[in-house]
Design a protein around this ligand. Structure first.
Ligand SMILES: O=C(O)CNC(=O)[C@H](CS)NC(=O)CCC(=O)C(=O)O
Length: 279
């Protein structure tokens, strides 16, 4: 590949972050990280769930949702400036006066949003005595649409965090043509230790897709702790890149010829006997 990255293999990077309470601080961290991008193009940058605001109270996130357009504008400008595609983790998109969607947008390198997915499975879970319980559905409206979009990297399927536990969604994404599945996340530490890596590997192996999981890590300003371990897997389930903790990028390149060889040699979709309805 030459210096400008023209004709280079499509590359993907995932930014691991420890987002705080203030959206402007989180955007500043993102801008700083984008100063050190690789030169390869096309380049897709993937951000973790809730990268813009990791709040103490859902009401604060609701307030951010009411001025989300200004942040989408800034992200759009960053895409144009750096000539990148961007999966903006999740952003809170207004639903009504009490709830927002956990929306995963894909921006192209002209700064246009080409696909949007609203998190379908919401984290209403008792984790453990120390971590406590989550009631995401109290403040988040669940989505109801399976989203796959074509891109220079391949066909991209969108999911978010807790969706990872629901193989039916991933199977639906493959049936809609997905080749790369993004899983922006903010896993808890106990559930991450027990389930994160095996779930991601299982989804890559059973969907025969690249699986790209940008994660939140560390102790956040709101007092919560997240598991980190951002991970990229090949359609064969191999780990391509991972980062246990700390701010920074991991990266991989996409080889769709290899993906199609894996699917030709082991045609799981045509062997599939269970075709459940989509929702
Ligand atoms: O709302 C925010 O600020 C950020 N979002 C989250 O932290 C979300 C919803 S509460 N977390 C998860 O889905 C964890 C899933 C998980 O840990 C598991 O499946 O084990």
């Amino acid at each position: 590949m030459n210096k400008q990255g023209i004709n280079s293999a499509p590359a993907i990077i995932a930014l691991q972050m420890c987002s705080g309470l203030n959206p402007d601080d989180n955007i500043a961290k993102l801008k700083q990280a984008l100063q050190t991008l690789p030169t390869a193009r096309p380049l897709l940058v993937c951000l973790p769930e809730a990268f813009l605001v990791f709040s103490k109270h859902a009401g604060d996130t609701l307030l951010v949702s009411q001025r989300i357009e200004q942040y989408k504008q800034q992200l759009s400008e960053l895409c144009r400036k750096h000539n990148i595609w961007l999966n903006a983790g999740t952003l809170p998109e207004p639903y009504n006066q009490h709830k927002y969607y956990a929306a995963s947008h894909l921006f192209n390198n002209q700064g246009n949003i080409v696909a949007s997915y609203n998190k379908i499975h919401l984290f209403d879970v008792e984790v453990d005595d120390q971590t406590g319980s989550y009631r995401e559905s109290d403040f988040t409206q669940a989505g109801d649409e399976v989203v796959v979009v074509d891109s220079p990297f391949g066909k991209i399927g969108l999911t978010v965090c807790y969706d990872l536990r629901f193989a039916g969604l991933f199977n639906a994404l493959v049936r809609k043509g997905a080749e790369i599945i993004l899983v922006p996340s903010a896993f808890t530490v106990p559930t991450g230790k027990a389930h994160w890596q095996p779930l991601l590997a299982a989804r890559a192996i059973e969907t025969q897709c690249y699986v790209i999981a940008a994660a939140q890590y560390g102790v956040h300003e709101n007092g919560r702790q997240t598991y980190g371990h951002s991970l990229m897997l090949s359609p064969w389930g191999e780990t391509l890149s991972e980062k246990s903790t700390g701010l920074g990028f991991i990266s991989c390149t996409v080889d769709l010829n290899q993906l199609h060889k894996i699917r030709r040699d082991m045609p799981l979709q045509s062997h599939q006997r269970f075709r459940e309805p989509l929702l």
